[in-house]
Design a protein around this ligand. Structure first.
Ligand SMILES: Nc1ncnc2c1ncn2[C@@H]1O[C@H](COP(=O)(O)OP(=O)(O)OP(=O)(O)O)[C@@H](O)[C@H]1O
Ligand SMILES: [Mg+2]
Length: 243
């Protein structure tokens, strides 16, 4: 099993879009048994997969260990792809972790899922606190979406610091230029400055994911957006194989 965090300290950079589309690629293109674990109380991943929250069990109970993670897992419309949804109850997840006082609680929860899945992806909230520290500790790779702007470069520096600070054997980081529009000078410059970073273009098909409530590969498989995520997923698998 390999675990992949889609993470940035900055909001609105494409984390949820990456997480759902990459999870779909893992399940569909690589036929991996895949779990997408939504850690953002806004429940964006569930929304993009067309799954509405159930009232009964709350996401918080998984972290308290009052419910097994497996009990909250939802099947999606896609073969090999499951979702562990988020809800309002994890709005103060960092404080919950602090109160529980176990630095490896999340690592242990992920280990408990390893026999059921080949790939687990985390859709992270834009935070720099105990939640991000726990998620990084449990990740084999950290993907950071970066729209080309000085603000997101700053956010990237913070992520690098946070990941490196998580200790020896910290996971590798893969920065990905996100929402790139090559007609714009700043975007072209960002591309030229970082020629090795993968790119996900600004694309109307990707934007449409939130309207269709489907991964882009499921409704526009030939679009540039779908192709970009497929290529990015291949690069991720290659990186995991090398690790
Ligand atoms: N490559 C893209 N092309 C066009 N629109 C995009 C692209 N990536 C993301 N978006 C749009 O940008 C917005 C923010 O994306 P998303 O919700 O994935 O970001 P996020 O980092 O998860 O945000 P948050 O920090 O609020 O969780 C959404 O409206 C999404 O549809
Ligand atoms: Mg999000």
């Amino acid at each position: 099993m390999a675990s992949i965090a889609i993470y940035s300290v900055k909001g609105g950079v494409g984390k949820t879009t990456f997480a759902t589309n990459l999870a779909w690629c893992a399940a569909h293109n690589s036929s991996r048994a895949t779990l997408l674990w939504d850690l953002d109380p806004a429940n964006g991943s569930g929304f993009l997969l067309g799954i509405d929250p159930k009232k009964k069990r709350s996401a918080q109970s998984v972290f308290e260990r009052t419910h097994a993670a497996q009990k909250l897992v939802r099947r999606t419309d896609y073969e090999n792809l499951d979702l562990l949804p988020a809800d309002e109850s994890i709005r103060t997840l960092d404080r919950q972790f602090d109160r529980i006082g176990k630095r490896k609680r999340f690592v242990k929860l992920v280990e408990g899922l390893a026999k059921d899945y080949d790939r687990i992806l985390f859709d992270c909230p834009p935070v720099l606190n105990e939640t991000s520290a726990q998620v990084i500790r449990a990740s084999d790779l950290v993907i950071v979406p970066l729209p080309p702007s000085p603000l997101s470069s700053r956010a990237f520096d913070l992520v690098v610091e946070e990941v490196r600070g998580s200790g020896k054997g910290h996971p590798p980081i893969l920065p990905v230029l996100s929402m790139v529009d090559m007609r714009r000078t700043l975007h072209r410059e960002a591309r030229e400055a970082n020629p090795k970073w993968p790119v996900v273009p600004q694309a109307s098909a990707i934007e449409q994911c939130a309207v269709e409530r489907k991964p882009v590969g499921a409704f526009a498989p030939r679009s540039p957006g779908a192709r970009a995520f497929a290529q990015l997923w291949t690069a991720i698998e290659r990186k995991l194989a090398k690790a």
